[in-house]
Write a protein that binds this ligand. Sequence first.
Ligand code: IVH
Length: 687
Amino acid sequence: MTEFLWTTILIFATYRYMSKISEKEATEKIKQLTVDLNHHNYLYYVKAQPVITDYEFDVMLQELIALENQFPELRSSESPSQRVGGYISKEFPTVTHNYPMMSLGNTYSEEELRDFDERIRRVIGSNFEYVCELKFDGVAIGLTYRNGKLLRAVTRGDGVRGDDVTNNVRTIRSIPLSLMGNNFPDEFEIRGEIILDKKTFERINNERADIGETPFANPRNSAAGTLKLQDSSEVARRKLDCFLYALYGDFDFSTHYDGLKMAAEWGFKISSHYRLCDSIENVFQFIETWRQKRDSLPFDIDGIVIKVNNFRQQEELGFTAKSPKWAIAYKYKAESATTILNEVVYQVGRTGAITPVANLKPVLLAGTTVKRASLHNADQIQKLDLHLHDTVFVEKGGEIIPKITGVDLSMRKAGAIAVKYITHCPDCGTELIRQEGEANHYCPNENGCPPQIKGRLVHFTSRKAMNIDGLGVETIDQLVEAGLLKNVADIYHLNSDDLLQLERMGEKTVGNLFEAIEKSKQVPFERVLFAIGIRFVGDTTAKKLARHFGSYHKISQATLEELMLTPEVGDKIAASIFDFVRQPANINMVAQLQESGLLFELDASSVRDAGTKLKGLSFVITGVFQKFERDKIKETIEINGGKVSSSLSSKTSFLLAGSDCGPAKLEKAEKLKINIISEDDFLKMLQ
Ligand code: IVH
């Protein structure tokens, strides 16, 4: 949904409830919205059968958020508004699991699986069934529910203690915050796997590569990294998902199969791909079916889990020190092939990062012909001790691009030449650099290296940045080759006579192109800031910087510490911005773009955007705050349209209380029935 629409809805919803509604009415409305939103959330994210549009859902959600902003004490931790995040977790407390989080014995062989079956028969005889399930390749999570509400979410950790990541997990829309029905124990735990589907993984990786961050190796790593992000609204944006597969507590049912069915009724996402098997032969059939079909799943699996169905029989079988004796994981071997390494080529990205890629003799692997494999960096090449024309093992695991896992040394020809990492840029010849602690080499010739120039232009004109239709990769190539574009500022100095000389450039095409370029001058500051291509500054960070500072000028004047006060900006990003704004070429580029009329500060409408959230509200601030200086809080209230006064009166909407605040103010606020809110409540109001 567009920013404009969101804002309109927010203004509408806020306006509607700001003054008129009583607390009693708000309570009722919040209750109804919560029921409706939970229901639609379940239909969309668990059942994949939505019955309303995204727009209708968003309108309801914004209505709820506006009400909760006005009556923060009515906001519960199970509210659907928690899905959008907003909590900043400085650290994730370590907590002890109620039930140790064991792992599973695993095998890659049919023979060992038959041994497992034999062992089970020796203990419980032959009257039993297995449940076969997909083995989701993600991050294990334990969710505790008390009285039907999500109480806490803990990672595996060392199996005895894990990290409490509840605030981040609340943003995962397929995890119920409150359960459906009422036939569940007062307290129980359900475990499952947090995953990222393949499409979302690709989106995140493309975004990372685009801003010069090292891409994640696979969806599992990406899910693990996401779960530990400090800003839960960023976690919400990444769209994690979660399949549940194990229950712990006192239940009425006596089999795992019935437990899965019941858990689905309570609103959990249970994969539909599980099956009861009454023989090991049926288990093998299930394994074979999914060996062939696994690539068609939207997420990664790395095997099949086989569990004895009956709880009493599970008890009889018991546990080893590390894992249950009643379950085993059959893991699919990563598919691998051998082929010949023809050459190693080096690609230069828009940030100058060098990526080595192996060109291979084409080979069939897991149903596709593989011609290239990623080599990541110089260390990887050295570790593999690659020589030209080596026979190499190529594997396709969770990764989208296959990788070289080893060399068949017995096939190496005498006198083979070792692959030596390049010392100079393959495109412009500049000597490469490698900063301490970084895995990648870089070409420092930012302004003279063609792939970097082209990459920056492609980024600048892309949809999420300046959105200049008609300036795609091919046209940019053509204009750079023709010497018409050397940097992004040149886009605004193109002239039609030059363009009309070029192939495929007719009057109409050129006319459309100029129209799109002209239109881009209206693109808001936050997107311009993303477009100019500061390393590590993605679209979300750009938005946060724009809102925090208001103008490029202020960003360019900021100290490292001031930059780091922006939400989500750590020392790495701050250093990159600090460096960028001081480079002469960038100073020159920004000056030219400013002269061409691009927006380098929040325009009136964006300021209005920011100004609606606290409009009509008056605050009194007291005490000491953890995350922001008092002045910063005051400024933030005013930027967002609110008022700050020094003394409490019946007109005060909120007392924003930090630690160490005097009891007199609190008492007075209570007497006047003024809402007392914490720094976190306040931050949530702004989300
Ligand atoms: S059952 C007592 N079922 O794989 C163990 N685990 O390699 C209960 N996993 O620790 C786990 N899919 O993190 C179970 N359908 C599934 C699973 C699954 C993935 C993970 C889980 C487990 C690991 C073992």
